[in-house]
Design a protein around this ligand. Structure first.
Ligand code: BYC
Length: 337
């Protein structure tokens, strides 16, 4: 059934029928297509949260750029953080095609109204955290995001293709940092293990609440925005991690983690969902600092935006006076008459 305001822009229901058909045949919805208001709203919510996560996600790693242990590591880390800025920008662009402007999304982020991934509210006290973020956080991101390449909304799915390619490089560089530490001194091995101990459970929470407590999943899956449920992806991630942890020689901090022959999957322990709720409510270890840093950076960038606006205004003023000149008769014609 249509909401009242949807009847206004789809009086004969043909828009809805076409939309349903595109979804049923696994085709793409494009910005100019009619779409239900709730579909548009859920996409703006998810894509803008995703973009915000990329932008806020630059901070925990940005913390180590000046302290990376070698020039090579510093160059790699800088490139990775720049990739994250790029991901944020593709995603804001994708969200803009749905009619929400970037200033609004940014305003919501810096005033603490908008959500971003819980994981970026944890701190990065050691270099090994750069390894754990790459291996666990980007690893979870890949599991979640590869299916999003097939999201029903065209601009989102297409943005995800490039993002996933870059995320997979990010994951490998994190794995390689941990591998090098695990092949190092006992102190380095201990640093790697201690870091994995801190990041493992929060990385599992990135997939969102358990299916039974996930209010958006069912509808998002029916619309083929999400292709798998939160719990399905979390399981896939754990199954992927166990053999990789064996290669690294790190222990995953979960006494209940064990292979279940019958299910063909690893069983794992209950996560601390009270902690997740606290982080989402803004009371995680680094929520306040993340948002305030973003706000300061935005304020400090005001002169760049002002200069860009002044330049654009000047260009369009020059363009207008050039147009006026073109419309005028050339001087020699005027003189001749
Ligand atoms: N953190 O009904 P549910 C990266 C919220 S960036 C915070 O299951 P949905 C990277 C959820 O929004 C990776 N909030 O929701 C960057 C909802 O609240 P609202 C970021 C969470 O949308 C830099 C409520 O809980 N990835 O990889 O069906 C460096 C109920 O949840 C979280 C994406 O954004 C969370 N973890 O499913 C390194 C992927 N989980 O909005 C790496 C795209 C849930 O109703 N997003 N919530 O107020 C998605 O796939 C989905 O939005 C989610 C949640 C699976 C996250």
């Amino acid at each position: 059934m249509h909401a009242a305001h949807e009847l206004d822009d789809d009086p004969d229901g043909s828009g809805q029928r076409r939309f349903d058909e595109l979804i049923a045949t696994d085709s793409r919805i494009e910005p100019s297509d009619w779409m239900p208001a709730a579909y548009r709203k859920t996409l703006v919510r998810q894509i803008s949260q995703h973009a915000n996560s990329e932008i806020i996600g630059m901070q925990p790693e940005g913390n180590w750029i000046t302290r990376a242990p070698s020039l090579k590591r510093k160059a790699i880390l800088m490139a990775k953080v720049q990739d994250e800025a790029g991901h944020g920008l593709y995603l804001y662009s994708a969200a803009q095609t749905l009619g929400t402007d970037r200033d609004t999304m940014f305003e919501n982020l810096i005033t603490g109204k908008a959500k971003y991934s819980s994981i970026f509210n944890y701190t990065t006290p050691t270099w090994a955290d750069m390894g754990s973020i790459g291996w666990l956080v980007d690893g979870a991101a890949i599991c979640n995001q590869v299916p999003l390449c097939r999201a029903s909304y065209g601009p989102y799915g297409r943005a995800m293709v490039r993002i996933c390619k870059e995320e997979s490089f990010h994951q490998r560089q994190g794995f390689e940092i941990l591998l090098e530490l695990m092949r190092g001194t006992p102190a380095q091995q201990q640093m790697a293990q201690e870091s994995v101990n801190r990041w493992y459970a929060p990385a599992l929470m990135m997939f969102g609440p358990p299916d039974a407590d996930s209010p958006n999943s069912q509808q998002s899956m029916a619309w083929k925005i999400k292709r798998f449920s939160n719990d399905e992806l979390r399981q896939r991630f754990v199954d992927m991690l166990v053999p990789q942890a064996e290669i690294l020689g790190v222990t995953l901090p979960d006494p209940d983690l064990k292979w279940n022959e019958e299910r063909g999957h690893y069983d794992f322990g209950e996560l601390d969902w009270a902690e997740f709720t606290e982080v989402l409510a803004g009371r995680g270890p680094a929520n306040a600092i993340r948002v305030s840093r973003r706000r300061t950076a935005h304020e400090n960038g005001e002169w760049v935006r002002a200069a860009a606006r002044a330049y654009a205004d000047k260009q369009s003023a020059d363009g207008q006076s050039a147009d006026r000149q073109t419309n005028q008769a050339p001087a020699h014609e005027w003189m001749a008459s």
